[in-house]
Every structure is written in C-alpha cells, then in structure tokens.
Design a protein around this ligand. Structure first.
Ligand code: FEO
Ligand code: CA
Ligand code: CA
Ligand code: CA
Length: 735
C-alpha cells in the first residue's frame, strides 16, 4: 500500500504511516553520544568490532538456544558463484501510463483484479456488476507479495521446474474501493452488505496454476489448484499463543481458530514448499467503540494503544456496519457481550501474524503461526536452508519507529521434509525463538531474545506485565520496547543473498525524523547511525522533511553467535541531483530512485529493488531496478545530511544498479518472483490511478492501465495486476 511522507492518506485508506511507538528506547543518536569515544576508531573505516565480525565466517544461525556446545558444525560455504552482470539499457524515468521495460523485453498481463479463476463466472465486465460471491473465485485486488512454486507432473512441489507452477499472490487491500463497485462505494452510515461482502472476498491470497506454452506464461483457468483465501476463510492458530485467552472470540472460544487473513502485504516461502503471507495494515478494517477503555483491563488498554487501536476509532472500510452476521460483526474489536466468547473484542489480536498456506493442498486449512510474533508484518524472508541447521526467517514491522525481527526454529532442517506441507510447517514454525534487532552506532548489532522469563519479559515489566510466552508473542512490540530495540525508518521488504547470506532490508521513508539540533516532541526521533538522514526534499512546490527517500540497510551474521550482526547501509534513495550528503550512494540518472519497498534476490544473486514512492513522483512513476551488490563493509564512514555519521556501502555505478522498468501512473511496483530458469519474471502493479478520484459521469480515471498496455487508446478502469516479463530472444532476464 502506498503511503507517502507528508501526504495524507485517502479517506478510505488506513494511515500506515501512523506512529504508535511511544517507548523510551534510546535512539541511535543517544547511543552514538554514549559511544562517541569509540567512534574515533571509525575514522576511515569500520570499527574494530565490526572488522572482527566482518572477518568472521558468514552466517548460519546455529543452535536455536544459542548453546554453542550443542550447535551443529556449520555447513561448508557454497562455492562463490560469479556475480551476474547487468546486461540491459537503463529505462529513463517517465510518467507514462504504461509499464516501460528495458528494450528487448516483452510485457504481458497474467491476471488482474476480478479475472475469473474458474469456468462458470463471467469475465471482468468493467462495470462493477460482478456478484460478491463470485469473488471467492476471482482474482482479488491490490496485488502485492507473491511467490512461484514449481509444480511436478504428479501435482507436487518441484523446486526446479520453470514451465509449470503455482503462483501465490497477496491481495493487500481494495483500492480506494471504487473500481470494484458500480460507481464507487455507496453512501450512508451503514455500509451496503453486498459491497462489504465483495470487499472481504477481494482481500487475501490467490493461488493459480501457471503454464508456459511456446514461451508464453499464462494462468490455467479452471485448474484444480486455483484457490482463494480471503478475509472470511477459517484459519488455525498454532504455536505458543494457541488457546491463549487473548485470542478467544465468539467464532472460537478456545482461541484455536479464527476467520480471515487480510491486508496481506509481502510474503515469504518455506524450503518445504509452502507460502507465507503476512498481515500488515489490518487496522484498515478494524474498528473500536467509544467508551471501550472503561470495559477493559489496564493491560488491554496498553496493548490496544501500542497496536494503534484507540477507543472510538472507526476503520476506513467500516465493514462492521454492514450487519450482525459474523462476516461483518467481527470487525468491531469492542466489548459488546458478557465475556470474550460472546463478542469480538479480541479480533485485533487475531491479526498481525504470519500465515502459512500449502498451495499444493487446496483444501488445507491455513495456519497463523504465532511463534513468529504479532506486529504489522510486512513479510517473512527465509535464509537459504542448510541441512542440520535451524530455519531462519527475517521480518519487519512496517510503521514509523518500529522494529526488525528474526525467527530461529527449534527444529533443524531435514531435506526429507520437502513437500510435507502443513505438517512440516508445524515442525519448523510452531517452536522457536524470536529476536528483535538493535543496530549499534559502531556497525555492530545485537539480536535480543523475546522469550518469556528472560530479559525482564515477565510480570515485573512496568509498561506491560507479561503473563506467558503467548502474551509476549501477541504483544511483541511491547517486548521489543522492553529490550531496547532500534526504531527504524519503516521496515518494508527483506531479501537474503543466496550465497553470501547477507540480509538486505528496505527502510522506505520516515517523515518523523527531526534535525539533530531539534527538541523532538511526541514520537519524533533524531537521526541515528542506521537511520541517519534528515533533510528537506522538494516535490514541485511541496517540501517533505525527514528521510523522504528511504534507504536499504544490510547486515551479515556469523556462524558463532546467533545474537550478533554487522551492518552497513547498502544504498540511499535520492534524486540524482540532490546534494552529496543526501545522495550518499552517488546515484545517477540511470539508477536514482526514492522510497524502496519490494526487494528480491534471484538465484543468481541479482537484487531487484521496487519502489512505493510519493517523493519523486513529480518526476517519475514508481519503478523497478536491478542490482549486483557487493558486501557489508565495501564502503566506509560518511556524514549524512543533518550531520549524523553512518556506515555506507560502496557507491552505486551504472554497472551495479540500473533501472529495469517504470510503472504506470499513480501505482506502486511490488511483488516479484522468477522461475528457476531465470526466463520468466513476474511482478505486480498495485493501485494504478489511486490518487485520482474517478469522474463516474465522464468515466475518467487517473490511469487506464492495464487495458491500455497493448493499445493506448483503450480506456477502462484501472486494475491491480500481475505482469509477466520475458526476453524477446527467450534468454535469461537482466543479463
Ligand atoms: Fe503494504 Fe508496508 O507495505
Ligand atoms: Ca510501502
Ligand atoms: Ca522530490
Ligand atoms: Ca510494501
């Protein structure tokens, strides 16, 4: 979902830029001051600590409990593959209402909002008259994170298959909800029930079979694998929070099941062949009544505030106003009954999870894997699995001032579990340890353990008395506060390099940073070493202050200590013509970008960077770039605009970062997957035309994409869609 610094959200869109972290964790600036004497050692390079860590062997997290005597011997590092070379001509920045891809490539549309996945439903009619029920069998809205799973002839997971697969796509939200209905959302205090039902089904995830025939990849309509998971689908709750009283609802008093996944932003995947979909801006659809605080315990009020749901808060979508049926009533997270089993006061606690879906078993029940913690989950990115070692998954909480986390499984990887679906998920994802990141100013970092009974995470915690491990996971943000985690500039996607195992994560922007000389008020933060820039960016006549262009942090870990990391900042987003202390990575016209969001390493180690921007959109639509990154420590110390010292990676060049495509008007480029043979690339265009209110009488929209991709004169409603890119000569993409 787009959210720009300094720009108010549309009336029907939850403000994902909202700040609900009032904790007094030290900022980097304070850490910096405390370690000033150590920073002298940083001159001209990285610190002694960082250098020592950099000199260590590459990560594999060993031993879930960190017990070095129990840790299995690290697997031998894969032989370093030759780095791929970018081999296309950079696409110029532009504001065309079109996907403009590098020369020599084809663009086709795989599927778009409303396309029927099965036979028996009519094709998209472009007039909003599709029935609500049919959206259980149609492609949803707001295409976002996705993954391609190779499909064998026998209908099982085949990781190396490229000509036949299952494509899982997140449908993050119903865009503005105007395109879905006949002429926008009906007026009135109570929502129209059929419209709400349609919106509920248009959220969630779609899984479709895709097949390549004569070089062309297309959806297989009617495949028995085609499936929708929506905001109404029944889900299991598994792991330490299962059966926790905080998850009791009228739908399931035992707290073992709930209904719906929504606001599924980015994603992950598992080595056993399942899809992970992540619940981000669920406050889009959750309301809370006036006067509700008085009916709650003090602890509940603290938790609700920390997760951004004050009393008397109406969601933008107002689904709860459409009727008394569970389908609608469950979105009112308020005390209305005698006990939690009589109402939906705990609805909010049933969202914010990582949900596992087995795409190969269309009737399987998805599972909310509580062991991975609850927050505004952007995504869940696994490190490459190593036999005999734990599964490691990196995660970000996308709100200003929130944290970066990782999960380390208790079970160690056994390659015999490939294809074992939800049973394998239960083995690896229901028991493990969550850590939250602290990035120190000297380039070192610490992973702090979120385990009940450790680090003060118990009933003695002053801000919130934790009752058990389920409580720690349900209230992971409050646990992160206690541990002194680092407040980041909105963590979006992560990606792990396939051979160096270094982890990259986008920090999209933060309008909440203030000058080092300012006195921060409320939740404002001064810059720090890992979020170092404070500057003013001009968009036309509009000024945006803080870190409007975002950056990409990266880190490496060691084989010897699961709790340590070494970081630098791989790239800073900036306009090419910005001052050198803003354009710290030396971006030029072939690779300048703003607000990185989607991020993906293909199997060759080529990094793909996608943008969801509102700061550079006076010059260009959102884009996707290809990059061949170096390693942590390949740059040095720099002083950012505003005067804060940081550690940056090597400068970008035209050979290391290059713009591959630019999207249509008012869109976000997000979601990316590639077939294992590197010959088909999928990406998503979300919310084209989002910023322009339709004129229903004149039938005008802010964008006419994707109908106009093949013929610029065709004018139809804008729709989120999955795009397929292939090379015209059938070759490997990007090189
Ligand atoms: Fe849905 Fe944080 O992007
Ligand atoms: Ca974003
Ligand atoms: Ca600008
Ligand atoms: Ca995103």
């Amino acid at each position: 979902m787009s959210m720009q610094p300094g720009v108010c959200p549309a009336a029907n869109e939850y403000d994902e830029d909202a700040i609900v972290n009032p904790s007094a964790n030290p900022t980097f600036d304070e850490i910096l001051a405390a370690r000033l004497s150590r920073r002298v050692a940083l001159k001209g390079g990285i610190s002694t600590t960082a250098a020592a860590l950099l000199g260590g062997s590459i990560l594999s997290a060993c031993g879930g409990d960190g017990g070095s005597d129990e840790a299995p011997a690290p697997a031998p590092a894969p032989a370093p593959a030759a780095a791929p070379k970018l081999g296309f001509t950079a696409v110029a920045k532009n504001k065309n209402d079109l996907v403009t891809v590098a020369e020599g490539y084809n663009v086709s549309i795989l599927h778009a909002l409303g396309d029927p996945m099965h036979y028996g439903d009519e094709s998209w009619k472009d007039n909003g008259t599709e029935t609500a029920d049919s959206y259980n069998r149609r492609i949803g809205d707001g295409h976002d994170g996705m993954y391609y799973f190779g499909l064998s002839d026998a209908g099982a997971y085949q990781s190396d298959r490229s000509d036949r697969g299952l494509l899982a796509v997140n449908h993050e939200y119903v865009v503005a909800p105007y395109v879905l209905h006949a002429a926008g959302r009906s007026a009135g205090a109570a929502r129209n029930a059929a419209e709400v039902e349609k919106e509920i089904y248009a959220h969630g995830v779609s899984i479709v079979e895709v097949k390549r025939t004569a070089g062309v990849m297309a959806m297989v309509r009617g495949s028995s694998f085609n499936r929708r998971v929506t905001s109404a689908t029944t889900m299991d709750i598994t792991g330490p929070a299962r059966s926790n009283a905080l998850l009791t609802t009228k739908f399931n008093a035992a707290g073992q099941q709930t209904r719906g996944t929504n606001n599924n932003c980015a994603n992950g995947y598992t080595p056993w062949g399942t899809y992970l979909t992540c619940e981000e801006n669920y406050l889009n659809v959750i309301s809370r009544a006036a006067g509700d605080d008085a009916l709650r315990s003090a602890k509940e009020v603290v938790s609700l505030a920390r997760y951004g749901l004050p009393q008397n808060r109406k969601s933008p979508y107002l689904w709860e106003t459409a009727g008394a049926d569970d389908l609608y009533a469950r979105w009112n997270s308020s005390v209305t009954g005698a006990t939690a089993a009589d109402d939906y006061r705990n609805t909010i606690n049933t969202f914010g999870w990582v949900v596992e879906i087995d795409p190969f078993a269309p009737s399987s029940v998805p599972a909310k894997r509580s062991a991975l913690g609850r927050f505004n989950h952007e995504g869940a990115w696994p490190a490459p699995a190593v036999v005999g070692q734990p599964i490691v998954i990196y995660m970000g909480d996308d709100s200003r001032n929130e944290y970066i986390y990782k999960f380390v499984s208790k079970a160690v990887w056994d390659a015999a579990d490939v294809g074992k679906g939800m049973a394998a998920g239960a083995k690896y994802l229901d028991e493990g340890t969550v850590y939250v990141a602290r990035f120190n100013a000297d380039g070192s970092g610490d992973w702090l353990e979120l385990t009940y009974g450790k680090n003060g995470l118990d009933a003695t915690n002053a801000a919130y008395a934790f009752a058990d491990q389920g409580d720690v996971l349900i209230n992971a943000r409050l646990a992160g506060d206690k541990l002194g985690a680092t407040k980041m500039d909105r963590p979006e996607w992560g990606a792990v390099h396939p051979t160096t195992r270094e982890v990259y994560m986008t920090l999209t922007n933060n309008s909440n940073r203030v000058a080092t000389t300012a006195t921060p008020t409320g939740s404002q933060l001064k810059p720090d070493a890992a979020n170092p820039r404070y500057y003013e960016d001009l968009k036309g006549t509009t000024s945006q202050k803080g870190n409007p262009n975002g950056h990409i942090i990266r880190w490496r870990e060691t084989t010897t200590d699961v709790t340590k990391l070494t970081w630098d900042i791989y790239l800073f987003g900036a306009q090419a013509d910005a001052a050198s202390d803003v354009n710290l990575s030396g971006l030029s016209d072939v690779n300048d970008f703003s607000s990185p969001d989607g991020l993906y390493f293909d199997k060759r180690g080529m990094l793909w960077i996608q943008t969801d921007d509102g700061a550079y959109t006076d010059i260009t639509n959102c884009m996707m770039l290809a990059a061949v990154p170096g390693k942590v420590g390949d740059g040095g110390v720099a002083v950012a605009a505003g005067g804060t010292s940081t550690i940056k990676g090597a400068n970008a060049t035209a050979d290391s970062v290059r713009r591959f495509l630019v999207g249509p008007k008012e869109c976000e480029i997000t979601g990316i997957a590639m077939t294992p043979d590197n010959k088909t690339l999928f990406f998503n265009v979300q919310h084209p035309g989002e910023e322009t209110t339709p004129d229903w009488a004149a039938i005008t929209f802010g964008s006419y994409w994707p109908a106009n991709q093949a013929d610029a004169t065709v004018k139809k409603r804008p729709r989120s869609a999955t795009v397929v890119i292939t090379k015209k000569d059938g070759g490997d993409i990007g090189i």
